[in-house]
Design a binder for this molecule. Structure first.
Ligand code: AMP
Ligand code: DBH
Length: 542
């Protein structure tokens, strides 16, 4: 044992969290990638240097860096008084409001781990997320977009391992009011940079989303590199349009990257083109991030506002077609940036000053020289440059395994720690990647990843459904729409309306309910006897 050996890195009580082997940890530190700083340190730093600078706004309310810093301390005091301790998990399900950001940084500071659910998640998803993460608290807004989140909270409380605290922003009813959290503005003891920082959810190719744990060191590295590639500075103004709890909006470089650079974040509740255009003009927004379907909607939105402050537009989350990329780049003055990323880690960017070919025809290149990329065939053997193959990746910000999921990890990671992305890509001579397909069995509906198996399970729960296969079908607006192909028992009335009502009654969120239903006398099968979705896709794509 070395004399100066550090104490063991903090763990997550009750969950098995795979981490990098020590040799990699040492290497990433030696290379200067992992610095020992925590994600919240930037707030205290900017509050010290530029206390009066605006950090956040939603158009009506704003917070300076000094106010944000002090609110983080006050909230940390409130969470502590509730009984939350470092390593505890809290499921955070908030729309894009200021409180999202102050809560996130307060939790980082305290070492309580936010588990970011998306506003569209409903009872099913939240129950799974709460149980899988063994969360002790649930933080929601009373209602948003016509939905009352307190209904989910009430249902959670009927479960055997009920969460201890429900905190509500807005009308709290029988729960803890968010406003009551603000306590004393006391300094919070520093957190270990190796401590768990946050949990996001994988799009999920199997039954339910898997938990992705990120720690301060690795997450901060990905954000720092992203902010540098995007040339962020204190003059940067980020419009946060996509749900703030997604990895893209958190970290690529997202709102955390913007605050790291000392810039300003504008929280945008309404993602429509006209509402975003108004915010861009009003706030002097310099960049934002969209999924392809939203970017396409921008092309058709009326332009009554001055968008000249916008330097670049990031598009990612799903494949941007070359045609739409060209149209975006022709019809606006700003630069387009393609972003190909995953909550598990790897993020690729096209250069802001790169050539048009890379910009319009590739999904960018891995952001770090420490990213190790392999493109392989079905036997894990490398394919020739330019040939399509499965993308495997390992690096200083790509996880080594999902939380508490040894069986899935054996499939999703190679023996030497590469993550099997499930994406089929071509690696070009110039080092840029073109995403050509997906091996994983999920539908990417406008950036929302829907696990086929999950929806199939719900469909099969209906007594009249004998076989079910959920597939993605190319769609000009969403990228893919969801199609359920079914074999049903005669006389059970399994029509579209019945099945939609069935899924809804089971708590499946509206956007996860198939857009289209098809009926067949039997499903095509592979030699192994599994449903052959390739055949189905071909059949219904037409
Ligand atoms: P998630 O599991 O929700 O983090 O989704 C990550 C997946 O989204 C990737 O593995 C890709 O399949 C897909 N994806 C993200 N960005 C892009 C992009 N720019 N082009 C194509 N696919 C993308
Ligand atoms: O789709 C994604 O998960 C994604 C896309 C762009 C992502 O996680 C990211 C950038 O960081």
């Amino acid at each position: 044992m070395e004399a100066h050996a550090q104490p063991a890195a903090p763990q997550l009580p009750g969950l098995d969290a795979p981490y990098w082997p020590e040799r990699f940890e040492r290497y990433y530190r030696q290379q200067g990638a992992w610095t020992g700083e925590t994600l919240d340190a930037c707030i205290a730093r900017h509050a010290g240097h530029t206390p009066e600078r605006i950090a956040l706004t939603d158009g009506e309310r704003s917070l300076t860096y000094a106010e944000l810093h002090s609110r983080c301390n006050q909230l940390a005091d409130g969470f502590t008084r509730l009984g939350l301790r470092p390593g505890d998990r809290i499921v955070v399900q908030l729309p894009n409001v200021l409180e999202f950001i102050e809560t996130t940084f307060a939790l980082f500071r305290l070492g309580v781990v936010p588990v970011f659910a998306l506003p569209t998640d409903r009872r099913n998803e939240i129950t799974h997320i709460v149980q899988a993460s063994k969360a002790v608290a649930y933080l929601i807004k009373d209602h948003a977009l016509g939905f009352d989140y307190r209904e989910i909270a009430r249902e959670l409380q009927t479960l055997p391992d009920a969460i201890r605290h429900v905190i509500v922003l807005g009308e709290a009813a029988e729960f803890t009011p968010y406003a009551s959290l603000y306590g004393r503005d006391l300094p919070v003891p520093a957190t270990d940079s190796r401590a768990p920082a946050l949990i996001t959810l994988s799009g999920g190719s199997t039954a339910m989303p898997k938990l992705i744990l990120r720690r301060h060191d690795d997450y901060l590295y990905s954000i720092r590199v992203s902010a540098s590639i995007c040339q962020l500075s204190p003059q940067s103004v980020y419009l946060c349009v996509l749900p703030a709890g997604h990895n893209f909006t958190l970290s690529s470089p997202g709102f955390i990257g913007t605050l790291l650079a000392g810039g300003r974040v504008v929280m945008q509740a309404d993602p429509s083109g006209s509402a975003c255009f108004a915010s861009i003009a009003r706030e002097g927004v310099t960049f934002t991030a969209l999924v392809p379907s939203l970017a396409q909607a921008w092309l058709h939105a009326p332009r009554q506002h001055d968008l000249s402050s916008l330097r670049f537009l990031q598009v990612g989350g799903a494949r941007l077609s070359d045609e739409v990329a060209a149209r975006l780049s022709e019809s606006f003055d700003f630069t387009l940036q393609q972003v190909y990323g995953m909550s598990e880690g790897l993020v690729c960017y096209t250069d802001l000053k790169g050539d048009l070919d890379q910009l319009l025809h590739t999904q960018g290149r891995p952001m770090s020289p420490l990213d190790e990329i392999l493109v392989v065939d079905d036997d894990d053997l490398p394919v020739a440059v330019g040939q399509p193959g499965h993308l495997l990746v390992r690096g200083p910000y790509t996880i080594r395994g999902y939380l508490d999921a040894p069986q899935q990890n054996a499939r999703a990671f190679t023996a030497d720690g590469f993550y099997r992305t499930g994406d089929v890509v071509c690696l070009r001579e110039d080092g840029y990647l073109v995403v050509t397909g997906r091996h994983k069995d999920q539908v990417n509906r406008g950036g929302e990843k829907i696990a086929a198996e999950e929806i199939e399970g719900h469909l099969l729960a209906h007594p009249g459904v004998l076989e079910a296969a959920v597939i993605g079908i190319p769609d000009p607006h969403l990228g893919e729409r969801t199609c359920a192909v079914l074999v049903v028992a005669p006389g059970q009335g399994c029509d579209t309306a019945t099945l939609k009502a069935h899924l809804q009654a089971r708590g499946v969120a509206a956007q996860r309910i198939p857009d289209q239903f098809q009926w067949l006398p039997s499903l095509p099968k592979t030699t192994l006897g599994k449903t052959d979705k390739k055949v189905l896709r071909q059949q219904f794509a037409a």
